[in-house]
Design a protein around this ligand. Structure first.
Ligand code: XMP
Length: 506
């Protein structure tokens, strides 16, 4: 495997993604929490950083001892750090280097630069520049403004690059990373979904033995894939619990429960609609709603889990970005929304945690799901927030509003599927707006609520663009909703992107 040491750059996760795309397993670790450097480690990548190496409080590592054991690739801050700690000089650049640049000089005989084309485009993002390097540093690429765009420390396996190969604007960045991983580190590129499934099931068997595991299914991709992996490992000792909180899409609970049963999962569906809706009655504040849903979910789950005798483990569908998020190098940032609707389990449950997907990115989870033969309908589903329709009904929630939104949302979703747009957008849903406006139906004046349609394109939900759905499709959906959903006389389309808006309205 490859270890990526994180100095806090916004691009660190991208480095990991690229390495995985090259079928090499890698892990990100914060620079101040080093992992075990055992025999399985084939190389180390040092990330970029918001710090400057010239700052007194800049992140530090024992680079020399790493360099003696492993091939090392420093990216941006990492490259500057190596240069500075080897006797080179790093200074602020006269102009801030940001954006696309083209390599002017490339030493293609150096293995890191193998197969990189003349004038290859790279992405720069740095305020400092490597001004001078020690004699044993061989410069292997330059641009017209950055002399030391890439270097190799002669006689070692240490390399540095000033640009960001992980960003797609570095058009041959992946080739460069492959050169490092395969030719320099000797990685085999054998990490793939099938290999993952096989080793994970074997590991789970060894770890869990005859123990029982409880797992909460949400209907989403992550918990479903986690459940199927565990099912392959321990069969009926996996006890799945699927809670109907009354805030799911129309008919979703029954349909999803059915497909879980078809997959052979040992699953129990629990109707807790009334419990959730009664606790939510009259509550308007979005964060308050999330907290209540989180709390009631734990109560319901806890009751159900207690009915399973001698359970030892709690299974969870946690994926790698959640893990990185909780250990990453970062400053304090404002809570925009508390996304974690399940806030953890009460201590008295004393369960050990098993998270079979905690090394995977979202797209990898889908691939693993495919390798496991899971229904494409489950794997291809749009993300759906844990608090469900509760955060798509602005203000307080009533069973009537939930019913109206479910109808409108079902019409919207069906039309997206029929028109082929469902798979083209990343996420879509209808929102209930608690404002009333005047309309006319037949000869009657109406004074009813508004449904807003939302559809976005995104890679990971962190940023998103509103989707340009065709007017004809919007017109058809609007007509169907207004004609069929009682209580709605107006439909609008959300044309805001994130940032500055967010995907959900609450
Ligand atoms: P926002 O609204 O923050 O949403 O742009 C980004 C992604 O996160 C989902 N989301 C949630 N997921 N619990 C969840 O499990 C939540 O409280 C929550 N709030 C937002 C949202 O659907 C989108 O995919």
């Amino acid at each position: 495997k490859i270890i990526i040491l994180d100095f806090g750059s916004q691009y660190t996760q991208l480095i990991a993604r690229r390495v995985r795309e090259l079928n090499v397993y890698c892990e990100i670790h914060p620079f101040n929490h080093l992992p075990q450097f055992d025999d399985t480690v084939k190389g180390v990548i040092l990330s970029g950083s918001p710090y400057s190496v010239r700052q007194d409080d800049a992140p530090q590592i024992d680079f020399k001892s790493l360099e003696q054991k492993f091939p090392v690739l420093g990216v941006c801050y990492g490259a500057q750090y190596i240069a500075q700690h080897s006797g080179g000089e790093v200074k602020p650049s006269s102009i801030r280097e940001y954006g696309r640049a083209n390599l002017q000089f490339i030493a293609n005989d150096n293995v890191l630069m193998k197969n990189i084309s003349p004038a290859s485009q790279v992405w720069m993002s740095h305020g400092d520049t490597i001004y001078s390097t020690p004699d044993n540093f061989e410069i292997i690429a330059s641009t017209d403004t950055v002399k030391v765009a890439a270097y190799h420390v002669a006689g070692t396996n240490t390399y540095g690059i000033q640009f960001h190969p992980e960003v797609t604007h570095s058009t041959e960045g992946k080739q460069l990373l492959e050169n490092f991983l395969v030719d320099i580190c000797g990685c085999k590129q054998d990490w793939n979904p099938d290999a993952f499934v096989e080793t994970t099931i074997a590991e789970l068997k060894a770890k869990l033995g005859d123990d029982k595991v409880v797992l909460g299914l949400s209907g989403g991709v992550d918990s479903s894939v986690a459940a199927v992996l565990l099912h392959h490992a321990i069969g009926k000792n996996l006890h799945c619990i699927f809670v109907d909180n009354g805030l799911l899409r129309k008919n979703e609970f029954e349909a999803v429960l059915d497909s879980y049963k078809h997959m052979g999962l040992n699953v129990r569906g629990i109707d807790a609609k009334d419990r959730f809706l009664s606790q939510l009655a009259g509550v308007k504040d979005p964060e308050q709603k999330r907290k209540i849903i989180g709390r009631v979910f734990i109560e319901v789950f806890d009751d159900a889990a207690h009915e399973v005798q001698d359970v030892k483990w709690l299974g969870q569908g946690t994926i790698y970005p959640d893990v990185i998020e909780s250990v990453s190098v970062k400053g304090p940032s404002a809570t925009i929304k508390s996304h974690h609707n399940v806030g953890g389990l009460p201590d008295y449950m004393k369960l050990k945690i098993v998270e079979p997907l905690n090394t995977l990115f979202k797209d990898e989870v889908r691939k693993v799901g495919k390798a496991l033969g899971i229904d494409p309908l489950i794997l291809g589903r749009h993300p759906f927030p844990g608090p469900g329709l509760a955060i798509r009904i602005l203000g307080d929630i009533t069973p009537e509003k939930v019913a109206i939104l479910q109808e409108a949302d079902a019409i919207y979703t069906n039309n997206l599927k029929e028109s082929g747009w469902y798979d083209k957008v990343w996420q879509a849903g209808a929102i209930f707006l608690p404002v009333q406006s005047v309309g006319v139906m037949g000869d009657e004046r109406t004074y009813e609520h508004v449904i807003c349609l939302r559809a976005v394109g995104s890679l990971d939900g962190m940023t998103a663009d509103w989707s340009h759905l065709p007017y004809e499709l919007l017109a058809k959906i609007s007509n169907e909703i207004i004609n069929n959903v009682k209580g709605i006389n107006r439909v609008v389309y959300d044309i805001s992107s994130k940032p500055p808006a967010t995907i959900e309205w609450e």
